[in-house]
Write a protein that binds this ligand. Structure first.
Ligand code: NI
Length: 273
């Protein structure tokens, strides 16, 4: 599968999870902006059947290469990012995974039995990254239990394998060419920003600034009934050149650590507009 085909397919599923994403995308287009994707992100467990290397396979086949690794100790995560060498403006692919051995045995058991329920042919196929949740209807009680230990685990349990966020490259925007301007524009239009660690993560000195809107609230069918919970979110990133004039292309662990919290549980607040 070609990279563009993969991204188109992922975008379709992702925007269906959170209608706000399409609203933000359209708002920028209406302002005459070109929306370029800086990166996408997946979440998974470090089980060898579905770990980072497994999810990266379709991208490697499409010409992506491994670039860098990251660690998020407090959240028990590791991550890797991949880039498409032939075309520098192609979106980066960021994949993180939860270190199951560092979590409670009950959480570990839920993750493993979920993975046990993935059809074998899907585990071996390139379709895994498009498959979402394949372990049946989730339990709200289990979701809440997971959430008390790891919001990340709870998200993967409900949403499975799909893109957690796409990212608007602020470098390609003309009118909204700073993170500050993007944030003001989003707030003016009634979107809630993730303010964990401040509305802007990173700094020009760190060569990367990021912000994000909070995940959309989506009704999900659980065994116990339908509950509204956070789904996917949209991120915004501005990159700066290093002292050699090369645009920084990696990620800042300390910033990403806070960006992960864009999917933390919250209840829908009244929004203007
Ligand atoms: Ni991101």
């Amino acid at each position: 599968m070609q990279a563009q085909t993969i991204f188109d397919k992922l975008w379709e599923d992702y925007t269906a999870q959170n209608p706000d994403v399409k609203k933000v995308y359209n708002l920028f287009e209406e302002e005459g902006e070109e929306v370029v994707n800086d990166h996408i992100a997946f979440r998974t467990f470090n089980d060898r059947r579905v770990n980072i290397e497994v999810l990266a396979k379709p991208f490697l086949k499409a010409g992506y290469i491994y670039k860098d690794s990251y660690e998020f100790k407090d959240k028990h995560l590791t991550a890797r990012h991949y880039e498409f060498e032939p075309f520098k403006n192609a979106p980066r692919v960021f994949i993180s995974q939860l270190k199951l051995e560092e979590l409670s045995s009950s959480l570990r058991q839920i993750a493993i039995s979920s993975i046990d329920n993935i059809p074998m042919n899907l585990l071996k196929s390139e379709e895994l990254i498009f498959s979402g949740r394949t372990w049946g209807t989730p339990s709200y009680r289990i979701y809440e239990n997971l959430r008390s230990e790891s919001e990340y685990a709870a998200w993967v349990y409900v949403y499975g394998f799909r893109v957690n966020h796409f990212t608007v490259s602020v470098n390609f925007l003309n009118k909204y060419n700073t993170i500050q301007k993007v944030n003001e524009f989003l707030k003016k239009n009634g979107f809630l920003l993730n303010d964990s660690g401040g509305e802007i993560k990173g700094s020009p000195g760190k060569l990367l600034e990021q912000s994000s809107i909070k995940a959309g609230i989506k009704p999900v069918k659980f065994l116990e009934g339908t509950y509204e919970i956070p789904s996917c979110y949209y991120e915004f990133a501005r990159r700066y050149p290093d002292k050699d004039g090369r645009l920084f292309s990696g990620f800042i662990a300390k910033s990403a650590d806070k960006i992960f919290e864009s999917t933390d549980y919250y209840s829908r607040k009244k929004r203007k507009g």
